[in-house]
Design a protein around this ligand. Structure first.
Ligand code: MG
Length: 153
């Protein structure tokens, strides 16, 4: 077995969709990014690449390459799954977001990730918390972070 860890952070701006785990969350703001900005999938991709010691999302999909402009992160994940032939035991993740409240979205996000990975929903944990109004831009609701741990065999 091997373990991988990933982290991602994006600024939140008006006029962009808020993408999380491959689905759009109802929100007045979304991630500012070169790709679709899905922080959770980006952290997941880094965790999977990390588990196999195969670099990171930036080395596989450089932001300088226009090919990845507004790229669907689901396709990036698919490419990484093909490259690593990942056999995933489970993933655990934490999102930090001030608003909107993510509780109603947790199970849809888990389902989406499970379906993208071809595993069961009980192998996917998604937790969400706020920055309690502190911690600078996170606390002001101007940014979002996600961290993911994955166990593979
Ligand atoms: Mg990112």
């Amino acid at each position: 077995m091997r373990i991988g860890q990933g982290f991602d952070l994006h600024r939140l701006v008006q006029g962009r969709p808020l993408m999380l785990g491959g689905i759009e969350i109802a929100s007045d703001r979304g991630e500012e990014a070169h790709s679709d900005g899905d922080v959770l999938l980006h952290a997941l991709i880094d965790a999977i690449l990390g588990a196999y010691a195969k670099g990171d999302i930036g080395s596989h999909f450089p932001p300088s390459d226009m090919k990845w402009k507004d790229a669907d992160s689901k396709l990036l994940l698919k490419a990484v799954l093909e490259e690593t032939q990942a056999d995933i035991i489970n993933i655990d993740s934490t999102i930090v977001l001030e608003r909107p409240k993510l509780r109603p979205w947790i199970d849809p996000v888990r389902e989406s990730i499970a379906s993208l990975l071809g595993i069961d929903i009980d192998q996917v944990s998604v937790k969400a918390k706020t920055a309690e109004g502190c911690l600078g831009e996170l606390g002001q609701g101007d940014a979002i972070t996600a961290s993911v741990v994955v166990l593979v065999k």
